[in-house]
Design a protein around this ligand. Structure first.
Ligand SMILES: Cc1cc2nc3c(=O)[nH]c(=O)nc-3n(C[C@H](O)[C@H](O)[C@H](O)COP(=O)(O)OP(=O)(O)OC[C@H]3O[C@@H](n4cnc5c(N)ncnc54)[C@H](O)[C@@H]3O)c2cc1C
Length: 421
């Protein structure tokens, strides 16, 4: 049996291990720094107290408890040696026959250390919980203050990055401001709470159609979110967001959703790594310069005729690459030719709030928005979520929230509290 080490149990790594689960030809060690799979598309609902973290997480050992060939290891992989064919963790060194990197992406602060130190990213469940804690902590602090300027600064939230994450977050925060917070904080005047969404390019949802981008902007305007496009954030110092045009916004909460870059353990040659810290792979997801090292999902940069700058960093791409790679590992056993990967874009979508979403379909080329788009968004996300129990709980939460207009999970943990500005 050949030993495959998979680093990362996100969408790509988990699907790959599941596809080769209980095969006789391979043993698999699936390594992640967390002992659970995290469903990133719903982080924003954890951050805005709509869902509990456990509703969008799935324990890895539970998934593979009947597996004969998949073993879980919960540790950070710190280094790779392709000469010895080993990976290193803080406690061990493990040998592999094949290595699959599915380590995903991390937040890109574009080398701005102050923004990195003082803003809140949302690339893990822990960060979504920290963000929720900060939102609620600021509200509690505002409820105790009397100086209006202090209150305004505590209530003002600046979201940087007008991609799906920024749009979804600002929509959810605006609904929270309208529906839940005035009931829970009667002592606060919520006309002092301003939610900014800042985007450096001229349009929101840059990867979507013009129609979807404009609809999203229209929805957010109606919901009272202050959207500023072509607005670049230069710095965030002492509670002031400094914009490139020299103006600034006073805020004690900046959420950074403005960029990602690849993340991987050290040890691979520079020639394999792209400018965005991604691993360059061929059409079989094999990392350029290596025979036994593969990369899938967000960390992989594969150029194709249709996508000369690589595929979008989406869950579906990671899942489809994982399936293709697992099939090719089986093809190798059967003496069949490996199949190259090609991405078939089915479309993209983003939700802005209750009955409000935008969908771009690839075939037929069609954009639509409103209730139907929102319904499709919910159905697809429920379908993608791992675990029957999670699907049921999330569905019940959504129905409850739809009927009562209530975010039910506004918990604040004093031990998690940290003001970063
Ligand atoms: C807030 C947010 C919303 C999103 N919404 C959508 C959406 O609506 N639709 C969509 O299609 N996509 C969405 N995405 C993108 C989607 O989540 C990613 O494309 C997808 O997760 C990529 O899968 P992956 O397997 O490559 O990596 P990931 O799912 O990121 O998994 C990487 C895993 O590797 C582990 N890891 C990394 N480095 C190490 C290490 N050194 N040692 C051990 N473990 C390690 C991490 O803990 C993680 O579990 C969203 C992303 C975010 C952040």
């Amino acid at each position: 049996m050949k030993h495959i080490i998979v680093i990362g149990a996100g969408f790509g790594g988990l699907k790959f291990a599941r596809k080769l689960n209980n095969t006789k030809e391979y043993t698999i060690t699936l390594i992640d720094r967390n002992n659970f799979h995290q469903f990133q598309p719903l982080f924003y609902q954890v951050a805005t107290a709509g869902l509990d973290a456990s509703n969008i997480s799935f324990p890895l050992r539970n998934i593979f408890r009947a597996s004969k060939n998949v073993r879980i290891r919960v540790e950070e992989v710190t280094a790779i040696s392709t000469i010895d064919k080993t990976i290193t963790t803080p406690t061990d060194t493990l040998s592999y026959d094949y290595l699959v990197l599915a380590t995903g992406a991390t937040t890109n602060f574009f080398n701005n250390e102050t923004i990195k130190a003082h803003s809140f990213p949302m690339k893990s469940t822990a960060q979504a919980l920290q963000l929720r804690n900060q939102i609620i902590g600021n509200l509690e602090e505002a409820s105790r203050k009397t100086n209006v300027e202090d209150i305004k600064k505590l209530l003002t939230i600046v979201i940087v990055g007008g991609g799906p994450t920024g749009v979804e977050l600002s929509g959810a925060l605006s609904e929270m401001r309208r529906d839940t917070l005035p009931k829970e904080y009667p002592e606060i005047n919520f006309s002092n709470m301003v939610i900014y969404l800042l985007e450096g390019s001229p349009k929101l949802l840059g990867n979507m159609s013009q129609a979807s981008s404009e609809s999203a902007l229209g929805y957010l305007n109606k919901m009272g979110v202050v959207v500023k496009t072509s607005t670049v954030v230069k710095d965030y110092i002492e509670g002031n967001v400094i914009l490139q045009d020299g103006s600034n916004i006073g805020s004690h909460l900046v959420i950074w959703a403005a960029g990602v870059k690849g993340t991987m353990p050290e040890g691979l040659i520079n020639a394999s790594i792209s400018k965005s810290n991604l691993l360059k792979v061929d059409e079989f997801n094999k990392v350029i310069g290596y025979e036994e090292v593969y990369a899938i999902g967000d960390i992989a940069s594969m150029e194709s005729k249709k996508y000369p700058r690589g595929f979008p960093q989406l869950a579906n791409v990671a899942i489809d690459q994982a399936k293709n790679l697992a099939d090719n590992f089986m093809n190798q056993i059967k003496g069949k030719k490996a199949e190259p990967f090609e991405y078939f874009n089915k479309g993209s979508m983003a939700t802005i709030g209750r009955n409000k979403a935008v969908v771009d379909l690839a075939k037929p080329k069609l954009s639509f928005q409103g209730f139907f788009a929102w319904f499709i968004w919910m159905t697809l996300h429920l379908f993608l979520l791992i675990g029957f129990k999670n699907k049921i709980i999330v569905f019940i939460n959504w129905i409850y929230k739809y009927i009562t207009h209530n975010q039910s999970l506004s918990l604040w943990y004093s031990t998690l509290a940290r003001r970063k500005d």
